[in-house]
Design a protein. Structure first.
Length: 292
């Protein structure tokens, strides 16, 4: 445990995804935010980076957002990977730990992507088993993030929101609601993003939503069809900001992360995006309080 470190719940403020090019500045206090989120996989084999991250953790709350647990894998969670994550959790004592509603590992094959699941009973049983195992090993609740998708499985028996809600009910996990992913998935599947968001907010208990994500995305045209690609490489677009305002007006303030992973800008740009989230959170949160 780090002397003087913040050890309470994650504040309902805007945080920033901390990537390695900005980490030295953050460790020195020159690049600051209300809280930071990192991918733990970047620290399991890099002692120097972990030492630097510990200095950040001594000053600010931290969230560990895993990308390698492969919670949807039928073969189960890789116990070595889970043990490494558990060591980081024990050492850093993050306020939040999360991963994705997806899979990336099959027997002998490790894929560098977050792949979708059919939302049926078989997938739900696999997810429940794996989430329960992770929570047992870490001795804490984790959050599970809705992914960005580009298609729907024809044999799914639940909506993604219903699937997540049942996962929460059976395992006690929470939800990391990615607002940009809702927009990206709705656009790619020809659905209304506002209606899609309402479906999540109707299905999920407000207390289960422990964190929100915001990010930018790319727009490409493939065979004459416009697609949104969730690359986390741009500013948050106006349409996603509007969805975020609706989310906060419904839920009240929540810990909100600005994600930016490729074409990484100067830290000041990330700080400006976080300030935009903070302004909207306070304004929409006031509306939520008045409505309540």
């Amino acid at each position: 445990m780090y002397a003087g470190a913040y050890n309470g719940p994650m504040p309902a403020s805007a945080g920033i995804g901390l990537r390695l090019p900005h980490q030295a500045e953050a460790a020195a206090g020159r690049a600051d935010a209300a809280w930071f989120e990192v991918h733990p996989e970047n620290y399991t084999h890099d002692a120097e980076a972990l030492t630097e991250l510990a200095r950040v953790r001594a000053r600010r709350p931290l969230s560990l957002h895993a990308v390698g647990l492969s919670l949807g894998s039928a073969q189960g969670v890789d116990e070595l990977h889970l043990a490494r994550l558990a060591r980081l959790v024990d050492e850093l004592q993050p306020a939040l730990v999360s991963d994705h509603l997806s899979w990336s590992v099959a027997p002998g094959v490790y894929l560098a992507d977050l792949l979708p699941l059919p939302y049926d009973d078989e997938s739900l049983a696999v997810m429940c088993r794996n989430v329960a195992r992770v929570q047992e090993r870490l001795r804490r609740r984790i959050l599970v993030e809705n992914p960005s998708t580009y298609l729907e499985f024809a044999h799914g028996t639940r909506s993604e929101a219903e699937f997540l809600a049942e996962l929460v009910r059976r395992t006690g996990c929470g939800v990391l609601l990615d607002v940009n992913n809702i927009y990206v998935s709705a656009h790619n599947q020809g659905r209304d993003a506002g209606a899609a968001l309402a479906g999540y907010l109707d299905a999920l208990a407000p207390a289960s939503i422990g964190e929100l994500h915001l990010a930018g995305h790319a727009v490409v045209t493939v065979d004459g069809v416009e697609l949104c690609i969730d690359d986390h490489g741009a500013r948050v677009c106006d349409a996603v900001w509007r969805l975020y305002e609706l989310t906060i007006a419904r839920l009240g303030p929540r810990p909100t992360l600005i994600e930016w992973d490729c074409r990484l800008p100067a830290f000041e740009t990330l700080r400006a995006e976080a300030a935009g989230a903070e302004r909207r959170m306070r304004a929409a949160g006031t509306d939520h309080a008045l409505a309540g």
